[in-house]
Ligand binder design. Structure first.
Ligand code: NDP
Length: 247
């Protein structure tokens, strides 16, 4: 249990796998009350059952972050269940690595819709609640590829993650007197993310890149660090990568 995490209401998008799932599990163990959001509701419900069996509190809300009404309903469900929202972890994401010349424009659209618009809809849904409370925290999951262009292959993905940095910085500047804004940049972590592209050669190259990947719990601990700081401390940025990662 962590005194500054216990009792906090934390909404995690993309909680059905990978970093979101690990973050939800870790924060629940520290006493947070969890709202788990994603499209695969069976996986969310399994995690709710696991958290409640361990004595924690969690609910599942089927959410497609690219649908604005879903993001609004996710935050409304959190308020209805727990009376407030302390943290929104904007974690849902999609990565489709491929060279620009492959022109996989449907996958470009999907990355833009999930990684940028999905995050913005989360911000739009939670911000009025945070402003009314006079407190709140956005934790936006970017990437090392949001600090350096992951090329060849990751150009559009990097574009979406650079956007996460820009939006987070502007948001902190605009609402930061009461609302904390944290951007976390993971390096290679072992999740389902690497399977997103339809380009066979890129998938093969990624498999090699991910041989040194770290466990998703490493990112969960970084999220917990940002959440557990006192209200007047805004951990604005964290980068966490495998020791052996040269990118
Ligand atoms: P996963 O593929 O394991 O998880 C992605 C999650 O996002 C799933 O829970 C998925 O749930 C959810 N998601 C995808 N699309 C939507 C949508 N439209 N609406 C709601 N939820 C959605 O990958 P990770 O855990 O690795 O990814 C989490 C975040 O971390 C992403 O933002 C990613 O870019 C970032 N990241 C990951 C790194 C890594 O190496 N793993 C490195 C750097 C950053 P569902 O399909 O059930 O909706």
């Amino acid at each position: 249990m962590s005194a500054n995490i216990s009792g906090k209401v934390v909404v995690v998008t993309g909680a059905s796998s990978g970093l979101g799932e690990a973050t939800a599990r870790h924060l629940a163990a520290q006493g947070a009350r969890l709202v788990l959001a994603a499209r695969r509701v069976d996986r969310l419900e399994a995690l709710v059952a696991e958290i409640t069996a361990a004595g924690g509190q969690a609910i599942a809300v089927r959410t497609d972050v690219t649908v604005k009404a879903d993001a609004d309903a996710m935050i409304a469900a959190a308020v209805q269940a727990f009376g407030r929202v302390d943290v929104l972890v904007n974690n849902a994401g999609y990565m489709a690595i491929a060279p620009m010349s492959a022109r996989l424009t449907d996958e470009w659209d999907k990355m833009i819709d999930i990684n940028i618009k999905g995050l913005l809809y989360g911000v739009a849904a939670a911000l009025p609640v945070f402003e009314a409370q006079g407190s709140g925290q956005f934790i936006n999951i970017s990437s090392i590829a949001g600090r350096k262009v992951f090329s060849p292959g990751g150009t559009v993905y990097s574009g979406t993650k650079f956007a996460v940095h820009a939006i987070s910085e502007g948001l902190r500047h605009e609402v930061g007197s009461k609302v904390r804004v944290t951007v976390i940049s993971p390096g290679g972590a072992n999740t389902e993310l690497k399977h997103g592209s339809s380009d066979a050669d890129s998938l093969k190259a990624l498999d090699a890149f991910y041989e040194i990947a770290i466990g998703p719990d490493a990112i969960a601990r970084a999220v917990a660090y940002a959440v557990e700081q006192p209200a007047d401390v805004d951990v604005s940025e964290i980068a966490v990568r495998p020791t052996a990662q040269d990118f």
